[in-house]
Write a protein that binds this ligand. Structure first.
Ligand code: ADP
Length: 282
């Protein structure tokens, strides 16, 4: 479990706090989506999860190890992988496989084990055919998958991804989302920062951040029913959810706690059938 207590952080002195006494627990195996307006502190928060940043106030614990404790630093970095927003900032190798090997090499593992981890991680993200390619020749989506493989080669328990689908075409985004789903099924906890509401359909927990704190925390369906709060924060709802809210506003007795097109279509059909039944009966 990752436990964050009273976390405060500022880049430029206490008057400009980016994180404000934030509390949060992330349990093993969760799939958490993290949303919030630009500049609310999402990136700053996930940089605290593996001690890239350490708290100025409060504390962060990873499986019982405090992130300020130097003796745990290596293990914390192994357990919590970060995939940065811009994959170019994360790429260090001349070839894809060299890049993926960077983390396990830093752990000082024997070369046979490094080889095995690199191969497995590349297969896991579907990039094994690109092992010898130079990373800068890859597409944006492929670079993201290589970054994810680099983190996977460390056998993490938690992976935090900072807008991993930003600037990708629909096919690239689907590929990245599928890999994220697969990792979650393997038991790795996912913390996924996104701006795209369609990205969070797989999450079982949604965190909404506002000005350095967690404003809402719960099941996505429950949070999306808080249309007022979401709109105050300038956050969009998934299109289908918005449609159901509009139908309800115009007088339909309809469930708005729905996120997918399939469920929306079932709900609308059942309401229409009920309406038809009532009309036939009258
Ligand atoms: P988000 O990920 O929600 O967009 P960030 O955590 O990136 O938010 O940024 C929160 C605030 O901290 C913003 O006002 C941003 O300008 C500021 N900030 C982020 N990184 C730095 C930095 N390295 N130096 C100074 N200010 C920063």
């Amino acid at each position: 479990m990752i436990t964050i207590q009273n976390l405060s952080y500022s880049y430029n002195g206490p008057d400009t706090s980016v994180l404000k006494q934030l509390h949060l627990e992330i349990r093993e195996g969760e799939h958490v989506a993290l949303i919030g307006p630009n500049g609310c502190g999402k990136t700053t928060l996930i940089r605290h999860l593996n001690a890239l940043l350490t708290p100025q106030g409060g504390s962060v614990w990873v499986d019982g190890m405090e992130t300020t404790d130097q003796k745990h630093l290596k293990e914390i970095r192994r357990r919590v992988g970060l995939v940065f927003q811009n994959p170019d900032n994360q790429i260090v190798g001349m070839t894809v496989e060299e890049d993926v090997a960077f983390g396990p090499e830093n752990l000082g593992l024997p070369s046979a084990e490094i080889r095995q981890r690199v191969d497995e991680a590349l297969v896991e993200v579907g990039m094994e055919a690109f092992a010898q390619r130079a990373p800068h020749t890859l597409s944006g989506g492929e670079k993201r998958l290589v970054s994810i493989a680099g983190v996977l080669a460390m056998t993490p328990r938690y992976i935090a991804l900072d807008e991993p689908t930003a600037y990708l075409d629909p096919a690239g985004r689907q590929r990245v989302l599928k890999v994220i789903q697969k990792l979650h099924r393997r038991g790795i906890a996912i913390i996924h920062i996104t701006h795209d509401m369609n990205d969070l359909l797989d999450a079982n927990r949604l965190l909404v951040m506002d000005r350095g704190a967690i404003a809402l925390d719960g099941a996505p369906e429950a949070i999306f029913s808080r249309l007022d709060v979401m709109q105050d924060l300038g956050l969009q709802l998934p299109q289908v959810t918005l449609l159901l809210h509009r139908l309800r506003e115009s007088g339909w007795e309809i469930n708005t706690n729905i996120l997918t097109i399939e469920d929306a279509s079932t709900e609308i059909s059942s309401r229409m059938n009920a309406l038809k039944g009532a009309l036939d009966a009258s």
